[in-house]
Design a protein around this ligand. Structure first.
Ligand SMILES: Nc1ncnc2c1ncn2[C@@H]1O[C@H](COP(=O)(O)OP(=O)(O)O)[C@@H](O)[C@H]1O
Ligand SMILES: [Mg+2]
Length: 283
């Protein structure tokens, strides 16, 4: 561990957080400021001192744990990169950007944080921090009531969010000088690799649409099923308690028999199909 640079103020922040023996730590920052790196460092710091932190990964586009388009819950372990952790729970957002998906972002982050069940919960967030991102962060803070807000900021881009929440304990950190941008192409490749990994044990199966409770259908005017059940549309399968069991891709729709062909690693009682807003080509 510690393959990365740990600035002095990162270490001081970790020590302050650890001293409280518990807390929700919400990490904010624009893209590539080092949110994931700081979270990995803080998880390592806490694990080394005998704590067993939980990690809620709400950066739907550049995930550390679990597949993109979801919020995930995981339990970090020493000597294990976050990317190799199996998600303990997923909440489906259905898109790789929070834009136009603010409600599932807020509800999902809150649900998984409450489910985490550990004294320390680290919460990583998307890099969207201005305009709509400011709204998202405002309501995530309100929904989560974090014990610490950790900011990683280079050009005062978080100023408005911090000013509006200065009554919370805010730890304002500088990004490491080693923080570097990921190109759009690299981001796309990382997402594809994460989806491929998630679907590596998937198989295709057919199911009558009538056996599924459909959620997140387009609202407003009714649309023909063919325009909803489009090939490669990303969905989530959930049980009757709304717990996401697995992701699925729509492979085909048989209009004559009103049957879907789904491609998914899911097994068991999938009562609910939640439609996403994203099409994923794994090949
Ligand atoms: N403290 C650090 N030491 C070394 N590399 C870093 C550090 N902080 C960030 N980086 C590098 O910068 C890039 C962006 O950091 P990352 O943690 O992925 O940012 P974010 O999660 O905010 O998008 C990554 O390649 C990461 O390895
Ligand atoms: Mg990240």
């Amino acid at each position: 561990m510690n393959a990365f640079h740990v600035p002095r103020d990162w270490r001081d922040a970790a020590a302050r957080i650890e001293r409280a023996q518990r807390g929700r730590i919400l990490v904010l920052g624009a893209s590539d400021r080092g949110k994931s790196t700081f979270c990995a460092y803080l998880a390592w710091y806490l694990l080394r001192r005998g704590h067993r932190p939980a990690y809620v990964d709400a950066d739907v586009g550049q995930k550390d744990i679990g597949p993109p388009a979801t919020i995930s819950l995981g339990y970090p372990a020493l000597n294990r990169p976050l990317e190799t952790l199996p998600p303990a729970a997923l909440y489906f957002v259905g898109a790789v950007t929070p834009l136009a998906h603010l409600l599932p972002m807020v509800v999902g982050t809150r649900k998984l944080t409450e489910q985490a069940g550990r004294p320390f919960v680290l919460i990583n967030t998307s890099g969207l921090v201005t305009e709509v991102g400011e709204i998202l962060k405002t309501f995530q803070i309100d929904a989560l009531q974090p014990d610490w807000i950790v900011t990683l900021e280079r050009d005062w881009e978080l100023e408005a969010i911090v000013a509006a929440h200065r009554h919370f304990p805010v730890l304002r950190l500088a990004p490491s000088p080693l923080a570097q941008s990921k190109s759009p192409e690299l981001r796309r490749q990382r997402r594809l690799a994460a989806f491929r990994h998630h679907f590596r044990h998937a198989r295709s199966w057919r199911i009558p649409v009538s056996r599924l409770i459909l959620q997140r259908l387009p609202v407003g005017e009714s649309q023909p099923w063919e325009t909803i059940f489009t090939p490669n549309r990303l969905c989530a399968l959930a049980d009757r308690r709304q717990t996401v069991l697995e992701l699925a891709l729509i492979r085909g729709y048989d209009a004559d028999n009103h049957r879907l062909t789904l491609y998914s690693p899911a097994q068991g009682d999938c009562a609910v199909l939640q439609l996403g807003d994203l099409h994923v080509t794994l090949a």
